[in-house]
Design a protein around this ligand. Structure first.
Ligand SMILES: [Zn+2]
Length: 199
């Protein structure tokens, strides 16, 4: 009924997190109304610019417009401590708590064999390079507390056993099944402060 262009647009929008078929349809129809064309064109311009200019930091995999991100480039940050998170949004959430002064490694996903996400997709080889090159002594496993996040934390702890590292996991206040990006800064700061030995 709607034609190929609209259907394709709805299919594409549906790939985004938390967007179901109804939301995708609402967004597509809204953007295509003539009085919303200015907004639609602004989105096209900004999205094209972001896709062309944003890449992953070669050290920590955070999104950045430079080869190396601001945090990795900051000499005041403690490079002996790496906090491993599941997504750029989780990194931003921890930064907003202002308590953490080490560096990060962003997995960009959790292990999920059913979705075809294995260790290679997480960039773990890159993590091991960072650990070896920066004389890292502490790892904070801050993956989400969903089953996939817990499985990822366990897998990482097994991979990191061969290094002499102090490995901890975020503590109190993080609800089971929770994504870090939705947790308030105070709770996150407390969870970081009271992190527990993992292995
Ligand atoms: Zn970085």
């Amino acid at each position: 009924m709607l034609g190929k262009s609209i259907t394709n647009l709805m299919q594409a929008l549906k790939q985004l997190p938390a967007i179901g078929p109804k939301s995708a349809q609402r967004m597509a129809l809204c953007l295509l109304l003539e009085h919303n064309h200015t907004t639609a064109k602004k989105i096209i311009t900004n999205l094209t610019s972001a896709v062309n200019n944003v890449r992953q930091c070669s050290c920590c995999q955070m999104l950045t417009e430079d080869a190396v991100c601001v945090i990795c480039n900051d000499p005041r940050r403690d490079s002996r401590c790496i906090c491993i998170v599941s997504s750029p949004a989780d990194c931003i959430a921890i930064e907003e708590s202002s308590i953490y002064k080490g560096k990060y490694f962003i997995l960009t996903a959790n292990l999920s064999p059913i979705d075809g996400i294995g260790p290679e997709e997480l960039g773990i080889d890159n993590l091991l390079i960072q650990i070896e090159n920066n004389c890292v002594s502490e790892i904070i496993l801050a993956t989400s507390t969903t089953p996939e996040g817990e499985a990822t934390a366990y897998y990482l702890s097994e991979q990191l056993k061969k290094y002499k590292l102090n490995i901890s996991r975020l503590a109190q206040g993080i609800p089971r099944g929770g994504e870090l990006e939705y947790i308030d800064s105070d709770t996150l700061a407390h969870a970081l402060d009271t992190r527990k030995q993992f292995i």
